[in-house]
Design a protein around this ligand. Structure first.
Ligand code: ADP
Ligand code: MG
Length: 553
């Protein structure tokens, strides 16, 4: 004690201690004030913080998200509606006004793995445009080189002629890069064009309507193969488009190349759509022959399901807002509840709504005066963020925190992260259940013991639980006597276009062989290299309209 007294008497030490005490007192007061302020700014409900940690037990948040929930009964109802819409699309009496168009594709033979050769393909999907060189080798092996090109917004919304000119320019650049000969026999090309088309033959298809943000003028009702071919010819490129393929069909074909049970192709990317193998006697709109195989692939264009208001009872105010601010209001109602182009935006609108109701980013809202941040910008929450957020497991929320900070939210709390993840899970689960129920309609209709669904698209590929949620729903909705499988059709849309182009070309070649007036004029020749003759001749595809002579190997 005496030594302490001596120490305190020391002038310099006592002044240091005094400063220390004053600082401590000041810190305590500031701390207390901050705490009182925090409590005052926070919600009245004392159990709030606890509830937020489990957003599903917060009644107010649940009330908002309840509008997204689809129980089994609702799904069964939707399945019945879809089946009815499909019948309308297939029947000549109702086809014109049907939303789900059920276009016959003129692709009747399914790849069987025996196809070999080398072809070019273009894949215009909605977000990505790719040029591909595909080499199909024996034993279902595929070699693929591709390059992605950007379609600028100005071209997506501009004149159609410019769009096709741009595609031809990209093709030319790719061919130069790959050292493909730009003279001599023409290369066959398959064109994956993933927009609703009324197909009039394998290489002839009229665009019904643009979707997925495109509005190029002068293309609706025109033959897109002709528009593409004109642009290719203008550039004097030695390429001939022999098949136009919807991406769903390409995906089905690419998957069938490896798995003969494949009967459905599904896209979950920028948009959503499906195709399946239908019996000819069910296709009232069929105008081709009834030879074997008595089947044709139907491109459903299921994204338009609900355009007539059928699905209004399950639509939320967020769906309506997404629709109203789109370039095609009232159209693609089903697609807008499911696909990548819209999912992130639905999440963003729910986040803003919860903020508005003081249920999210509490006490910090005034800090978000900067309305130029992605959170306040239409399309600012990318669908890939939904995947990123849902990848977080446990309580660290490292990914979610990063996403929210990128959106312009400073220091999101644990609760904020938990709520945002909960929103993402609800939105993506609804999408997966809708897609799963619609697939169940097709699988039950096909009614074979084993049905494989080939799937392509970044939403399906990258979302951590989309597949699982779909399968769970399908297990309930698919007839118990049917086994189904979802298979990622790697690069399906591009590879499939190449496959169809090869099958078409092979068919045309066989037709030409049987025609006596076989014209071998040089500039009409098509370059095709078959590495081996197929073990089983593939039955014909009808209405392969381009009859082009070419050099036979
Ligand atoms: P396309 O539809 O043009 O053929 P994709 O299949 O690659 O192209 O789909 C692209 C769309 O997929 C993007 O517009 C985006 O909405 C969505 N997407 C991209 N990455 C992811 C991801 N990691 N998780 C979920 N969705 C994604
Ligand atoms: Mg695609």
């Amino acid at each position: 004690m005496s030594s302490l007294a001596t120490l305190i008497k020391d002038d310099s030490l006592s002044s240091t201690l005094r400063i220390g005490f004053v600082s401590l007192a000041a810190c305590s007061i500031v701390g207390l004030a901050a705490y009182v302020g925090y409590r005052a700014a926070g919600p009245q409900n004392k159990t709030y913080a606890l509830q937020n940690r489990h957003p599903e037990s917060n009644e107010q948040i649940e009330k908002v998200l309840e509008s997204l929930r689809l129980d089994d009964e609702k799904l069964r109802q939707i399945m019945q509606y879809l089946e009815k819409e499909m019948e309308d699309g297939l029947s000549p009496a109702t086809h014109k006004n049907a939303d789900v168009k059920m276009f016959p594709t003129y692709v009747r033979t399914i790849a069987d793995g025996s196809e070999t050769g080398q072809v070019l393909a273009l894949d215009l999907g909605g977000t990505n445009f790719r040029v591909l060189l595909v080499t199909l080798l024996p034993q279902s092996r595929v070699e693929l080189t591709s390059k992605i090109f950007v379609i600028p917004q100005s071209i997506m919304l501009g004149e159609g002629a410019n769009l096709f000119r741009h595609l031809a320019e990209c093709l030319l650049e790719f061919m130069r890069k790959e050292n493909l000969s730009l003279t001599g026999p023409r290369y066959p090309l398959g064109f994956t064009f993933s927009f609703p088309c009324k197909q009039e033959g394998l290489a002839s298809a009229r665009l019904s309507t643009w979707t997925k943000g495109f509005t190029c003028s002068g293309v609706v009702n025109e033959d897109v193969v002709k528009l593409l071919q004109n642009a290719i010819d203008e550039k004097k490129i030695n390429v001939q488009c022999v098949a136009l393929v919807n991406d769903t069909v390409g995906t089905l074909m690419a998957c069938a190349y490896k798995d003969p049970n494949t009967a459905i192709g599904l896209i979950l990317g920028t948009g959503t759509n499906a195709c399946y193998v239908e019996k000819l006697d069910k296709v009232g709109t069929w105008d081709g022959d009834y030879n074997e195989p008595k089947q044709v692939i139907i491109n459903m264009e299921w994204g338009a399901f609900g355009n007539n208001g059928r699905l209004n009872y399950i639509r939320t105010k967020y769906d309506e807002e997404v629709d109203l601010s789109s370039v095609n209001p009232g159209k693609q109602v089903f697609e807008k509840m499911i696909s990548g182009m819209y999912m992130g935006e639905i999440v963003r609108l729910i986040i803003l709504d919860l903020m508005q109701q003081d249920l999210l980013f509490i006490g910090q809202r005034d800090g978000y005066g900067d309305y130029s941040t992605p959170l306040f910008t239409r399309g600012g929450f990318y669908t890939k963020f939904v995947s990123t957020v849902e990848t977080d497991e446990g309580i660290a929320f490292a990914n979610t925190r990063r996403v929210l900070e990128d959106m312009g939210i400073r220091n999101p709390t644990f609760d904020d992260c938990a709520i945002v993840q909960h929103i993402c899970k609800n939105v993506s689960k609804r999408a997966a259940r809708l897609a799963g129920a619609a697939l169940a309609v097709l699988i039950n209709r096909i009614n074979k013991p084993n049905v494989t669904v080939g799937v392509d698209g970044s939403l399906y590929r990258y979302h951590p639980r989309f597949k699982r949620n779909m399968e769970k729903c399908m297990k309930t909705m698919v007839s118990k006597n049917i086994k189904f499988k979802l298979t990622l059709s790697d690069d399906g849309s591009g590879k499939g276009a190449a496959l169809i182009a090869i099958v078409a070309d092979r068919y045309q070649r066989s037709q030409l062989r049987s025609v006596s007036s076989f014209d071998e004029s040089e500039d009409e020749q098509i370059r095709i290299q078959f590495q081996q003759q197929p073990p089983n001749p593939v039955p014909p595809i009808v209405k392969a309209t381009n009859t082009i002579t070419r050099t036979l190997p």
